[in-house]
Design a protein around this ligand. Structure first.
Ligand code: 5GP
Ligand code: ZN
Length: 113
């Protein structure tokens, strides 16, 4: 998607701080972190949101959870972390390229990302 912010980040057209990359997944630091560790993990394939996940594209979503576990291990997040994806307006989704927030580094309340 040529007008998608995160597709542009994947292509390197918009700079980002890379944390992890492989053939199907890209992970980078959130520009406005709400926790000491705030990483966004995204598929390279453009999927708009969680409700668009289906049997033809879900393999990359399960891979994202493998990547989240690897990043957490590599960063030594032994005290715990949260992975969350906001889907749609009520959840506060602002970028419509599916992404998973990996949050850590402080005690996380429930009514937040
Ligand atoms: P959402 O609100 O859709 O769940 O999350 C979108 C996230 O993308 C937000 O946490 C926001 O800070 C982050 N974000 C928005 N624009 C950029 C950007 O240009 N670069 C980076 N690294 N993060 C961004
Ligand atoms: Zn996109």
């Amino acid at each position: 998607m040529s007008d998608c912010l995160f597709c542009k980040i994947i292509k390197g057209e918009i700079p980002s701080t890379k944390v992890y990359e492989d053939e199907t997944v890209y992970a980078f630091k959130d520009i406005a972190p709400i926790a000491p560790v705030h990483i966004l993990i995204i598929p390279k394939e453009h999927i708009s949101k969680l409700e668009d996940v289906n049997e033809t594209n879900s393999a990359v979503i399960s891979h994202i959870f493998e990547v989240a576990a690897k990043i957490a291990k590599d960063m030594g997040l032994t005290n715990g972390y949260r992975v969350v994806s906001n889907c749609g307006e009520d959840a506060g989704q602002t970028v419509f390229h599916i992404h998973f927030h990996l949050l850590a580094g402080r005690k996380l309340g429930w009514e937040e990302q």
